[in-house]
Ligand binder design. Structure first.
Ligand code: PEP
Ligand code: MG
Length: 757
C-alpha cells in the first residue's frame, strides 16, 4: 500500500497540468481502494467555496461547476471540522446537501478527508461507495496519509500550472501569491534569476517548449560532455581500481549511446518536453523499472542510472547557466542563499532575494537585511528552475511572493517602492546627527559587520564603533582554515577603519547554520551541538591562531574587544580567558619592540543559562553583548533556520522581552557594560523597547542605522517606558505587536515597519 501511495503522490507531483494530475489521482485512489467514487474539491478563499476539480464516479460534467460554500454540505463540513468524516450513509446525515448536478444519489458510504497545509484547508478528498458501510481503519488511514502528503504538492499546484502557460494565457490566470517567511523588509520588483541550481531531478518540474530541435542539440551536447567526464575519470582511476570495477565506465558509455538513452530522450522531446524534462522522465522511468526487479544485482543498478542521469543533468544545467543573462533587475532565487551568491550580483542589479531554505533569522536573511535587500525565505516544493526569468514581486514585510503579477498589481507595488525611496532619502539626511532622544538621552548606535558585504562600512556614515564583527566570513570563503597572517591582515584593516572607536570582534562561531566546506560537521541537532566556543575550545589550535591574529592586529590601535559566542557555562569563560592570556603573552614576548595591550574580553549572552550566571562573571569579563537571535531560539526552543516553525520564532514573545529586561537589570547591578547585537536592536519596535529597558548600546547592520537613529530622535524616554510596561505585561506576541504598531502609527513611524509611508 505504501508503494502505491508513494507512486500516486509522485505522479501528481510530476504532472505539470493540475487538472490532469488530479484526474489521475482520483482514478488511482478509486482503484487502489477498490471503491466506486473518488473526488477532489479545492478551496477558493476569495469566493469561500470548495470547487469540484476532479472526479471518478460523479458526473464529469459537474467538474468546475459545483461550488460548495465553506459552511455547506458534507464537503464543507469536512473542511470546517478539519478532520475526517467517515459515515455509512451520507444522505441521512444532517449536513448532507443535495447538488443534483453531481448525480450522487446512488452512493451511501462517505469518507471525506481535509487536505491541510500550514493550518490552511486547501481542499477535501472524498471517497464514496454504493453499499452502506463505514470505511475500515486501513482505508481511512490510506486517505489521511495521502491527503497529508498531497498537501505540500497541492500548495503550489496552481503556481506550477501558471508556469506552464504562455505570456498571454498568464494574464487570464491571475497573480499567484505564495506565502513564505518574511526575511528582510521592503518591496522588490524584478525578474527571477536562479543561482546554481542543484543537479537533482526532484527540483525539476516538467516543462513544455516549442524549440524541439534546439532541445535535442542541447541534450547531445550534454551527453558529449558527460562522455568526456567519464573518460577523464576512468583515466585518473586506472591505477587505483581493478579492471572489473573500471568496467562500470564502459557500461555508462554504452548507456549514453544514442541507441539507448538518446532514443528515449529524443522521443520525449518530440512530445514537446524540454531537454531537462525529457531526461527526467526517461531516467525516473528507468530507475522505477530497475527498482521493481526481483534480482538484487539489477535492482542495485538503479543507483548507477540515477548517477548517470544526474551527471547529464548537471551539464544541461551548467550550459543553461552559461547561456543565461542576468536581468537588470534581478530577484535572486536559490536553494540556500550564500554570501558568495549575493556578492556575485552587482548591487545595482540585485533587487530582492528568495531562499528556498531558511527562515526569518537564518544567516541568509541577516545578510539580506544587512544589504537592505527585501527577502523572503522558506518556500517548500517550488519548481525553482521553472521560475527563471519570471516577473516577481517580493514583499519582505508580509512574506508574500507574487509570481507573474499583472500590470495593475505591479503599478500598486511600484507606488509603494517609490514612497519607500522617499522615506529613505529623508532618513539619510539626518544620518550625521547623534542618536539622542528629544529629552536628551543618548544611545550609542554601533555597527554589526563581517558578513562579507563590501559596502557595510561605506554605507554606515555615523556610528559609535563596531558592536559585533562576525569573523566567520573569511573562514567560509576559503578552502582551508586561514593562516594567522591572513587573519591578522583582515582584522587590522577592520580595527583601523574604526581607529578611535571600540571594535568588538567575535571569535569563530561556526556550526549551526554556518558550515565550513573543509570542515563538515554532521549532526542531528546542529544548533544544539558543536558550535561557537564549544568547537573552538575543543580545537585550541584554531582558537589560539585566531586570538593571536587579533592581538597582533591590535598593536598600536588598542581598540580591540574580544567576544566569545555561544557560552553556556562559566568554565568556558575561564578556559577561554586562559587561552587568550596565553596568546597575549606569546605575542608580547615575540614582539618586544612594541607595546602589546591586553584586549578587553566579553561574552555573548545568547544561551539562557547565562542569565542566571551573570553574578558569577563579575571580575572575569569586561563587557557582554546580548545575542537576541540565538537567545530567542534557545528560550523558545524554536530552530531559527526552520521555516515550519517560523511563526513561533518571535523576539517579541513576552518571555524573550522579560528575559532581556532581566539581563540589563542584572548586568547593571553587577556593573558589567552591556550592549545588544541581535537583529532585535535594528528593528524599530525592538529598539524602542530595548531603549526603555535600559539598553544604551544598540548594535545593528549598516542598513538599519539611519532608521533607528531617526526613531530615537523622535521619542522621549517616558513614552517608551509606558509602551514597554504594557508589552512586559502582555501574555502573547500578538498583543505586544499590536501595542508596538499602535505606538508607531501614533508617532508617524509606521512607514518603517510596513510598506508605504
Ligand atoms: C545573535 O545570536 O543574536 C547574534 C548576533 O549572533 P548570530 O546571529 O551570528 O548567531
Ligand atoms: Mg548568535
Amino acid at each position: 500500500m505504501l508503494t502505491r501511495l508513494r507512486s500516486i503522490v509522485q505522479e501528481v507531483n510530476q504532472e505539470p497540468d493540475l487538472s490532469v494530475a488530479l484526474n489521475n489521482l482520483v482514478c488511482h485512489v478509486k482503484d487502489a481502494m477498490n471503491t466506486e467514487c473518488c473526488s477532489v474539491y479545492l478551496a477558493n478563499y476569495e469566493t469561500r467555496h470548495l470547487i469540484l476539480r476532479a472526479t471518478d464516479g460523479l458526473s464529469p460534467d459537474s467538474i468546475g461547476r459545483v461550488n460548495i460554500g465553506f459552511s455547506e454540505g458534507l464537503i464543507g463540513y469536512v473542511g470546517q471540522r478539519e478532520e475526517p468524516i467517515n459515515i455509512p450513509s451520507a444522505q441521512t446525515h444532517p449536513r448532507f446537501k443535495q447538488y443534483p448536478e453531481v448525480k450522487e444519489e446512488k452512493y451511501n458510504a462517505f469518507l471525506g478527508v481535509p487536505i491541510i497545509h500550514q493550518r490552511r484547508v486547501l481542499g477535501v478528498i472524498a471517497v464514496q461507495q454504493k453499499v452502506s458501510r463505514v470505511f475500515d481503519e486501513n482505508e481511512e488511514a490510506f486517505v489521511v496519509t495521502l491527503a497529508v502528503q498531497l498537501a505540500s504538492v497541492l500548495a503550489h499546484a496552481e503556481t506550477r500550472s501558471l508556469l506552464q502557460l504562455e505570456a498571454a494565457q498568464k494574464k487570464a490566470f491571475g497573480t499567484q501569491q505564495i506565502r513564505c517567511v518574511p526575511g528582510s523588509p521592503g518591496i522588490a520588483i524584478g525578474f527571477a534569476y536562479v543561482a546554481h541550481p542543484v543537479a537533482d531531478f526532484n527540483s525539476v518540474s516538467l516543462r513544455k517548449v516549442y524549440d524541439c530541435e534546439a532541445q535535442i542539440r542541447r541534450f547531445y551536447q550534454a551527453v558529449v560532455q558527460t562522455r568526456k567526464e567519464f573518460k577523464d575519470m576512468a583515466l585518473k582511476l586506472v591505477d587505483q581500481l581493478p579492471d572489473d570495477a573500471l568496467g562500470i565506465f564502459d557500461v555508462y558509455q554504452q548507456m549514453l549511446g544514442s541507441a539507448s538513452l538518446g532514443v528515449d530522450v529524443e522521443e520525449q522531446v518530440r512530445k514537446g518536453w524540454c531537454a531537462i524534462s525529457a531526461l527526467k522522465i526517461v531516467i525516473e522511468k528507468l530507475v522505477g523499472q530497475f527498482e521493481a526487479m526481483n534480482d538484487e544485482y539489477i535492482r542495485e543498478r538503479s543507483t548507477d542510472i540515477k548517477d548517470l542521469g544526474h551527471r547529464v543533468l548537471s551539464h544541461l544545467l551548467q550550459n543553461e547557466v552559461s547561456l543565461k543573462q542576468m536581468p537588470d533587475k534581478a530577484i535572486l532565487f536559490a536553494e540556500e542563499v550564500t554570501a558568495s551568491m549575493l556578492a556575485e550580483i552587482p548591487r545595482v542589479q540585485l533587487q530582492g532575494v528568495v531562499s528556498v531554505k531558511g527562515s526569518n533569522n537564518s544567516h541568509a536573511a541577516i545578510m539580506a537585511r544587512a544589504m537592505g535587500v527585501p527577502a523572503v525565505m522558506g518556500l517548500d516544493d517550488i519548481p525553482l528552475l521553472q521560475l527563471e526569468g519570471e516577473k516577481i514581486i517580493v514583499d519582505g514585510y508580509t512574506g508574500y511572493l507574487l509570481i507573474a503579477p499583472p500590470k495593475d498589481v505591479t503599478d500598486e507595488y511600484q507606488a509603494l517602492v517609490d514612497e519607500e525611496r522617499e522615506l529613505e532619502k529623508e532618513l539619510l539626511q539626518q544620518d550625521h546627527l547623534p542618536g539622542v532622544t528629544i529629552d536628551g538621552v543618548s544611545v550609542s548606535l554601533m555597527l554589526n559587520a563581517g558578513l562579507g558585504t563590501s559596502y557595510e562600512f561605506v554605507q554606515s556614515s555615523a556610528n559609535d564603533g563596531i558592536g559585533l564583527y562576525r569573523t566567520e566570513y573569511l573562514f567560509m570563503i576559503k578552502q582551508t582554515f586561514p593562516s594567522e597572517q591572513e587573519q591578522l591582515e583582515l582584522y587590522r584593516e577592520v580595527l583601523s577603519k574604526r581607529k578611535d572607536q571600540p571594535v568588538v570582534m567575535r571569535t569563530l562561531d561556526i556550526g549551526g547554520d554556518k558550515a565550513l566546506p573543509y570542515f563538515p560537521i554532521n549532526e542531528e541537532n546542529p544548533f544544539l551541538g558543536w558550535r561557537g566556543i564549544r568547537l573552538t575550545l575543543d580545537h585550541p589550535e584554531i582558537f589560539l591562531v585566531q586570538i593571536r591574529a587579533m592581538i597582533g592586529a591590535n598593536i598600536g590601535l588598542d581598540n580591540l574587544h574580544i567576544m566569545l559566542p555561544m557560552v553556556c557555562a562559566v568554565d568556558e569563560v575561564d578556559e577561554s580567558i586562559r587561552l587568550i592570556n596565553q596568546a597575549y603573552f606569546e605575542i608580547r614576548d615575540e614582539t618586544p619592540e612594541y607595546e602589546v595591550k591586553k584586549p578587553r574580553i566579553g561574552i555573548m549572552i545568547e544561551v539562557p543559562s547565562m542569565i542566571y550566571l551573570i553574578d558569577d562573571l563579575v571580575g572575569k569579563i569586561d563587557f557582554c553583548s546580548v545575542g537576541s537571535n540565538d537567545l530567542t531560539q534557545y528560550l523558545l526552543a524554536v530552530d531559527r533556520n526552520n521555516a515550519r516553525v517560523s511563526s513561533l520564532y518571535d523576539y517579541f514573545h513576552p518571555a524573550v522581552l522579560r528575559a532581556l529586561k532581566e539581563i540589563i537589570d542584572k548586568t547593571g547591578r553587577c556593573e558589567i557594560p552591556t550592549s545588544i547585537c541581535g537583529e532585535l536592536a535594528g528593528d524599530p519596535g525592538g529598539a524602542i523597547l530595548l531603549f526603555a529597558m535600559g539598553y544604551r548600546q544598540l548594535s545593528m547592520n549598516a542598513n538599519n542605522l539611519a532608521k533607528i537613529k531617526w526613531v530615537i530622535r523622535q521619542l522621549t524616554l517616558a513614552e517608551c517606558e509606558t509602551l514597554l510596561k504594557s508589552c512586559l505585561e502582555a501574555s502573547n506576541c500578538a498583543t505586544v505587536r499590536a501595542a508596538i504598531n499602535a505606538f508607531m502609527e501614533a508617532k508617524g513611524l509606521a512607514g518603517l515597519i510596513r510598506a508605504g509611508r
